[in-house]
Write a protein that binds this ligand. Structure first.
Ligand code: MN
Length: 319
């Protein structure tokens, strides 16, 4: 089948590499139906793509990927995971593409790995999950990675991970026993990743690298809804000059992963314009069919729907 008769690309779609995933205890460790899908880069994944009209998945590792390892392990495991992902893409080149895992605990090696996977493997960019051992991605030590991404003209997807332990203690621990979701997709993921997006703009990285493109999932982690207020508050006296709204709308792209809300999508379209909004599911933490139904029923123009489903991704990822 197809979604609304359109070619469809989804780009926040996860898997687990056997060696890398053995280094962490994911929250889905006991949810065997999710784990079974994370472990599959073949028949099951493609069947579920076919059933929901997804033509191409840009596949990335699940959180926290290599972001919480020591430098040596991160470099070794990222390289191995990327090699194996490339093999899976080669087996299904018309259905799969890849986002690299970067060993951010070693920024210099991350630059090398990004260039290697983009140039040799045709990867479409990279995904970074949450803080790297407590450090946000806007930190100067990671700017060489941004410079390389801008040079290669590939985006970096800033994806959530379980929040920093200091934040868990201060903000969430009272509610964790009854509502573990507060730590993840219900709130903790969103707050931390929105903060990462905020900090990226304030860091000046987009002035240093005007071609740098960042992707945020989950319809921009709430930031499109807050753009007006953020922009207004940052223009009050005492703040360095910054046009947050303009920079965000120029250098940041958002996907629909795990947030199939029509009002939230309309808000994002009004604040950012249609050209920076890309379809994604967040498979297998979210399954494909609800996204397909949402897109089928969505009352936007055929042209806008085509841009969301693949037109914008084709341009951003040069597919
Ligand atoms: Mn995800």
């Amino acid at each position: 089948m197809t979604i609304a008769g359109k070619y469809t690309i989804a780009l926040e779609e996860h898997y687990y590499d056997p060696e890398l995933a053995a280094t962490f205890d994911g929250p889905e460790g006991r949810a065997t139906e999710i784990r079974r899908r994370l472990d599959d880069l073949g028949e099951l994944r493609i069947r579920e793509m076919d059933e929901s009209g997804i033509d191409l998945q840009v596949i990335s590792h699940g959180a926290p990927s290599t972001q919480r390892l020591n430098a040596e392990s991160a470099v070794r495991l990222a390289r191995g995971a990327n090699d194996r992902l490339h093999q899976a893409v080669l087996r299904h080149p018309d259905r799969f593409a890849g986002f690299a895992a970067l060993p951010t605990p070693d920024p210099t090696a991350s630059v090398v790995e990004l260039e290697r996977t983009v140039k040799e493997y045709g990867f479409k960019g990279a995904m970074v999950h949450g803080l790297t051992n407590g450090v946000f991605f806007d930190d100067k030590r990671f700017w060489p990675i941004m410079a390389k991404a801008a040079e290669l003209d590939v985006p970096i997807y800033l994806h959530p991970a379980v929040p920093d332990q200091r934040v868990v203690e201060a903000y969430y621990k009272d509610y964790l026993a009854d509502y573990p979701g507060i730590l993840t997709a219900a709130w903790g993921f969103t707050m931390e990743t929105a903060t990462a997006g905020m900090r990226m703009v304030l860091s000046g990285a987009f002035e240093a690298y005007p071609n740098l493109k960042i992707i945020l999932g989950h319809l921009g982690e709430g930031l499109p809804f807050l753009l007006w207020r953020i922009n207004m508050a940052l223009q009050r006296p005492g703040n360095k000059p910054v046009n947050f709204q303009e920079v965000f709308s120029r250098n940041v792209y958002i996907t629909t992963s795990g947030n199939f809300s029509t009002p939230a999508l309309i808000c994002s379209m009004l604040e950012m314009g249609i050209d920076h909004i890309l379809y994604s599911v967040d498979y297998p933490f979210v399954l494909n069919p609800p996204g397909t139904k949402w897109m089928e029923d969505l009352q936007v123009s055929a042209e806008d729907k085509e841009k969301i489903l693949s037109g914008n991704a084709k341009r951003l990822l040069r597919i």
